[in-house]
Design a protein around this ligand. Structure first.
Ligand code: GLC
Length: 500
């Protein structure tokens, strides 16, 4: 972060690139720039487009509640409300060593988690960055890559001082596989991929059982692992956060994608009535709420920039809610506004703006950096625009960009509050209050994101909204996955619902 208000320095961006910044004492006078007043006029226009009133938010919450209910009643709904076969919360006494594999939006992670009971754990992990090519290639190859990484991890972590394996002959290690895409499950170790999200498009995977595909890869590479549970990151986050803090009742991921999970009463999950599960049992639901308002676009306040993001995505019409909120899209929304103002001749007249014309070149991390720029002259913003896009900006323009980032970031947080509020009212958590375990780069790195979610909750519920508090969650895809693998083993050993 910038330490002084003037001078030069450098910062390291989340992408690993280093960015230098420097203070300039005068503006470039030889370039035509928009006046302060013009920028203020434009800002007013965007304010009205991106601002959500409390009344509008309450309407969204109502529609959201109906959608959640519908997804629980019937299979194959747009918001699928997926029963996960994770029965109830952990006791925090779960113990043992578990492997966790996490195929997220950006990385593949392999973890060895030692659950020590009492909500305590230890973890060792390795991370591998996924390439764009892997995301679009044959699905089976993606699972082969997972199996290979897992094998390397086991070979390096399960050895003694003499380099000999510590595994017993024929020993199979239990593993929780966090696969954070919508999968219909009819057992905990099975999952039919409904559709790829977050820009993935690996071939021959949609409609197939990814659990089975993964098992095939494990066999191919002879990996001594048995996949105990297939888990969504939100479900993992719910369980991991509850493991360390039992007041957690809802989990939300604000990362490349956006989604939530919570614990539902089995008697209220109409669509699994025929499975014969005890009415008094509870089961975690992976909402897949990113799909809210997909295709129909009836409830969400979409601007033309949102419509463009959607049309140009690899999945037009889908993930309508997610496309207004998640880290994958916010930078792109801001870029589209800037491009419109360039086309209208308002911004960067006489400058070469080709670098800004590449889709997705404007990272969401830039919005965070712009909002957190502590300098009067907005040096960080100068740095972003000169270093990455080779354009000169005036102070009025930079103030405008920062205000625009605030509008887009705040809208994302307030829409998220609507989703949380829908679950809170459905489950009647408002009076007693609850914690919401939250994770993902947007929540963890975007300045003020959590505060804006909280403000949104107060706008929806009034003062009682303060009873709902988000907090940084435990690592759901690692720890949560291990706890779920442990819970499943205990359930299976006890012979409870052995078929699921
Ligand atoms: C996308 C996925 C969902 C995941 C979320 C957060 O919405 O569809 O399964 O939980 O991203 O990673």
């Amino acid at each position: 972060m910038v330490a002084s208000r003037r001078g030069s320095g450098s910062i390291v961006l989340p992408s690993g690139q280093t960015m230098a910044f420097h203070t300039r004492t005068h503006q470039e006078e030889d370039l035509p720039h928009a006046t302060k007043k013009t920028m203020a006029d434009h800002l007013r226009k965007y304010e009205s487009l991106f601002t959500l009133t409390p009344q509008r938010m309450r309407m969204i919450v109502e529609a959201f509640k109906d959608t959640l209910e519908l997804g629980l009643q019937k299979p194959k709904q747009i918001v699928p409300m997926i029963p996960t076969f994770v029965f109830g919360y952990p006791t925090a006494k779960e113990q043992g060593d578990f492997l966790a594999l996490d195929l997220g939006g950006t990385n593949l992670r392999v973890c060895l988690v030692t659950l020590q009971g009492d909500g305590k754990f230890e973890m060792t992990q390795s991370k591998y960055r996924l390439t764009e090519e892997q995301k679009q290639d044959e699905g089976q190859k993606l699972f082969d890559f997972c199996a290979e990484c897992l094998k390397t991890f086991i070979d390096t972590n399960y050895i003694d001082e003499n380099g000999q394996t510590t595994l017993k002959e024929g020993e199979m290690l239990p593993l929780g596989f966090t696969f954070s895409y919508p999968c219909t499950q009819n057992r905990i170790d099975h999952g039919e991929l409904i559709r790829w999200t977050k820009g993935f498009g690996a071939k021959n995977t949609e409609g197939r059982d990814v659990g089975e595909m993964f098992r095939k890869s494990l066999e191919k590479y002879n990996v001594p692992v048995v996949m105990t549970a297939l888990i969504n990151d939100t479900t993992g986050t719910l369980i991991a956060s509850h493991y360390v803090n039992p007041r957690t009742k809802i989990a939300v991921i604000f990362g490349t994608g956006c989604n939530a999970a919570y614990m539902e009463n089995v008697r209220d999950i109409e669509k699994i009535k025929d499975l014969g599960i005890d009415d008094k049992a509870q089961m975690a639901i992976n909402c897949e709420w990113g799909a809210f308002d997909s295709f129909e676009h009836e409830h969400l306040p979409r601007t033309k920039y949102d419509a463009t993001v959607d049309e140009q995505s690899n999945k037009p019409g889908e993930q309508a809610f997610e496309k207004l909120i998640s880290g994958r899209y916010l930078g792109e929304i801001l870029r589209l506004v800037i491009c419109e103002l360039i086309d209208e001749g308002v911004l960067f007249l006489g400058q070469n703006t080709y670098k800004l014309e590449t889709p997705y070149c404007f990272e969401t991390a830039f919005l965070s950096l712009m909002e957190s720029d502590p300098t009067d002259e907005l040096l960080m913003i100068i740095g972003i625009f000169t270093h990455f896009f080779a354009v000169e900006t005036t102070l009025a323009e930079r103030q405008f960009f920062r205000a625009l980032a605030t509008l887009i970031g705040r809208r994302a947080a307030r829409l998220s509050a609507c989703g949380i509020a829908a679950i809170v009212s459905r489950m009647n958590y408002l009076d007693e209050g609850c914690l919401v375990g939250a994770d993902g780069s947007l929540y963890n790195k975007y300045p003020g994101f959590a505060d804006r979610v909280h403000e949104g909750l107060v706008d929806i519920f009034g003062d009682k909204g303060r009873n709902i508090i988000t907090h940084h969650a435990e690592d759901g895809s690692g720890v949560g996955s291990a706890v779920i693998a442990a819970m499943t083993k205990i359930r299976r050993d006890a012979g409870l619902y052995p078929n699921v």
